[in-house]
Design a protein around this ligand. Structure first.
Ligand code: GNR
Ligand code: NI
Length: 172
């Protein structure tokens, strides 16, 4: 396993649409293992491949956030097939937007279709934090970050702050 580097806004890669996986082979599983290690180290509860610079439709998730009881979840080519008419507001963060949070409204429940770690097709209905997180991650695969739901003023302010903080840490 290897820990990978996470890219931050305004890296143009974060605005690109990721490519579907043809088949879940050893290389894809290696990527998922490395992404999981990177996510746990950050620490975060989800990670999309594009956040480590890989333009592929792969997501890892562990919303339990418990160090001794890990429940990793893997999603390849995930698609939302149904959204509930009810919405939820969650104070979201993103590993590519370190130390900034904002309330985002999303469907409270979704049905998702995806391939699992073994390449097996799965369909699942999720709610709560899991629904918020999986939608946040699928957004990444489509070049969208949670800042895109905010006003242009707020978004630009946060991007400038992240950029400034990153410039300062390169010197240290
Ligand atoms: O670690 C993360 N926490 C989080 C909190 C609320 C809503 C979404 C998330 S996902 C984020 C990790 C990340 O940036 N995934 O893309
Ligand atoms: Ni994110």
């Amino acid at each position: 396993m290897a820990k990978l580097d996470i890219i931050n806004v305004p890296d143009p890669l974060l605005k690109t649409v990721s490519d579907p996986i043809g088949q879940v082979d050893a290389a894809v599983r290696q990527l998922m293992d490395d992404m999981l290690e990177t996510m746990y180290a950050a620490p975060g509860i989800g990670l999309a491949a594009i956040q480590v610079g890989v333009q592929k439709r792969v997501i890892v998730l562990d919303i339990e956030g418990d160090d001794d009881e890990r429940k990793p979840l893997f999603f390849v080519n995930p698609e939302v097939t149904w959204e509930s008419p009810e919405f939820n507001v969650y104070n979201e963060g993103c590993l590519s937007v370190p130390e900034h949070y904002a309330e985002v409204e999303r469907p409270a429940e979704v049905k998702i279709k995806y391939l699992d770690y073994d390449g097996k097709a799965q369909e699942q209905r999720v709610d709560g934090l899991m629904a918020t997180c999986i939608q946040h991650e699928i957004d990444h695969l489509n070049g969208v970050v949670f800042l895109d739901y905010l006003s242009r003023l707020k978004r630009n302010m946060i991007i400038k702050k992240v950029q400034k903080a990153d410039k300062e840490t390169i010197i240290l």
